[in-house]
Design a protein around this ligand. Structure first.
Ligand code: TRP
Length: 361
């Protein structure tokens, strides 16, 4: 199932991939699901797009519908790891809530919450910070990538310690299932290390924190319409809140190539391949099947096929989204309740931490 592990020889990736495969088997078996808790999160830097929908929202809903206890974090403090301002934070956070609910997240079964509303989560970072070295954090591939993407911007303390923050996100609620793409594995590894060290160093070997496992996505990576990573500033992705007309206009003006015959060749024709993948995921078919159907229809037909696939695939989501958007008081209520649930759990975890560390006065 996880074939990417054979492409490189990275022993820690291989170990994580085989744990992920075991975990997937456990998630698929109703008799083995007890004791699993999922935590996932988004950084609310802007509206969610079809990449979020295809790569994470749908699988969150599936996990929830399998009856797995689920936590969804809107990581608002993480927004300022690599930028100077929080931006339109309230709008972006409420937009996440809107898309979660429209996609089928049920706030009775899944806990939706924000960093900033859970102070005890932040406080857990203090003992956790004592368990990592700065060299270790500087080696973290995600920190390195983030830093490289910020054009020589100085490394802030928050960006450097971001893996520790993320470990607190996972460990505060004792989540043991963390759905991530391969690029996010280092975070989960760091959380495992922190759990292990905490238990050994401060809890006399008692298991205060369990080691989480990554659940590696088996969905193909969804790239933007231009074959590059989706980003709002590149204008290469369809936002979940876009109208059907805006979606059609965006896809029509996307660049392709001049070959009439449409084929799925990701290396040679990245834009065409990315469009085919998008249509395929929304239609539940393979990119080759879609390409064969288009045949010699050229870019115009390809675009029409993609437009229809996206607009049909998102029709229900958009209808529910519009209905929910008309009731902002309900959205606030969902978030307030989620925050309250997360606070109760974080307070209890922090109380245990203080107690095992002897800090009860
Ligand atoms: N870093 C994740 C992202 O950029 C968001 C996130 C924050 C997260 N905390 C998390 C993901 C904990 C998984 C677990 O999308």
């Amino acid at each position: 199932m996880i074939t990417t592990s054979t492409l490189t020889s990275d022993p820690s990736f291989d170990a994580a991939a085989s744990r992920s495969a075991l975990l997937r088997a456990r998630l698929d078996d109703p008799a083995l699901r007890a004791g699993l808790r999922v935590l996932t999160g988004d950084r609310p830097t802007g509206p969610l797009h079809i990449g979020h929908y295809l790569a994470s929202l749908q699988s969150r809903v599936e996990l929830q519908n399998k009856g797995i206890d689920s936590f969804i974090l809107i990581a608002d403090y993480q927004v300022i790891t690599d930028r100077d301002s929080v931006g339109a934070i309230r709008q972006n956070v409420m937009g996440c809530v809107l898309d979660y609910l429209a996609a089928g997240i049920d706030p009775q079964r899944s806990t939706i919450f924000t960093h900033s509303a859970v102070p005890a989560l932040g406080q857990l970072m203090l003992p956790f910070l004592s368990l990592v070295t700065d060299a270790e954090l500087r080696r973290n591939p995600t920190v390195k990538d983030e830093l490289a993407a910020t054009d020589g911007r100085p490394l802030s303390g928050l960006l450097l310690t971001y893996p520790v923050h993320q470990a607190a996100d996972i460990l505060f609620c004792h989540a043991n299932v963390v759905p991530v793409g391969r690029d996010n594995l280092p975070h989960v590894e760091q959380a495992r290390v922190i759990a292990r060290r905490f238990n050994r160093r401060y809890a006399g070997g008692q298991e205060v924190f369990r080691e989480p496992d990554a659940l590696l996505s088996d969905a193909p990576l969804v790239l933007g319409l231009d074959g590059r990573k989706m980003s709002k500033s590149r204008g290469n992705s369809v936002m979940l809140g876009d109208s059907a007309d805006a979606t059609a206009a965006l896809i029509r003006k996307a660049r392709t190539d001049s070959e009439r015959r449409i084929t799925f060749e990701p290396d040679r024709r990245p834009e065409v391949a990315s469009m085919l993948t998008t249509a395929a995921l929304f239609r539940g078919e393979t990119p080759d099947e879609i390409a064969d159907r288009i045949g010699d229809g050229g870019a115009a037909l390809l675009k029409q096929v993609v437009i229809d696939a996206v607009n049909d695939g998102l029709a229900d989501h958009r209808r529910r989204r519009a209905e929910l958007a008309a009731d902002p008081a309900y959205l606030s209520e969902v978030l307030r309740e989620g925050n309250e649930r997360a606070r109760v759990i974080a307070d209890a975890t922090l109380a245990t931490v203080r107690q095992v560390m002897g800090m009860t006065y």
